[in-house]
Design a protein around this ligand. Sequence first.
Ligand SMILES: Nc1c(NC[C@H](O)[C@H](O)[C@H](O)CO)[nH]c(=O)[nH]c1=O
Ligand SMILES: CC(=O)[C@@H](O)COP(=O)(O)O
Length: 208
Amino acid sequence: MSTIKGISQTEVAYDGSALRVAIVHARWNRVIIDALVSGAVAKLKERGVKENNIIIQSVPGSFELPFACQKVIAGSHIQANANATDLLGGLNLGSSTPNPISRSGTPALPTATGPFDAVIAIGVLIKGATMHFEYICDSVSHALMRVQLDTGVPVIFGVLTALNDDQALERAGLGKGEDKGHNHGEDWGIAAIEMATQTRRWGEGKFV
Ligand SMILES: Nc1c(NC[C@H](O)[C@H](O)[C@H](O)CO)[nH]c(=O)[nH]c1=O
Ligand SMILES: CC(=O)[C@@H](O)COP(=O)(O)O
């Protein structure tokens, strides 16, 4: 019987070439994390996101993900403003600073910086002997939802909440049996591009 689970991909092939995406990952259960991050990066690149527009940051554990995502989003705005100031500063609008454009002869273009169009939060939580698992899963899921609603930047929920090692391995395509499972990191990369693109469109009042 074919499963009814899983995402139904949209017919639209979203173009990631103008997008900037951050991946924030925890470092617990690193073998699984690395597979998930690789899967997400592969799909981002496959859909055109430039390598220097994929920023990867790590934190100790999944509990740190919401705070890190909030700060990474805020930092990208500061970085963008700083670059804009640098560029505007080069226009020599009566300032004493010589125009870097005239000084070097070539325009001072900003580096690959700017606000993130989406953030992918990746963590692997595996149930242990205590209730620690439940409290982290609950708090992190609610907090990541709040970060995206508060910031207006899509935060893709890439946190595996597994009851045992095998469940986590299979969801990273690392299953021990014949069926290795499916790397959910790939789905998260695709979702990031769709949500980033749609967020831009919705922000312009466009409903394609
Ligand atoms: N047990 C797991 C953790 N625990 C660590 C917490 O996430 C956090 O880093 C610590 O409590 C300090 O604040 N983290 C995971 O990502 N996965 C686990 O299975
Ligand atoms: C998700 C966790 O925090 C968990 O792995 C910790 O294990 P334990 O509940 O046995 O301390």
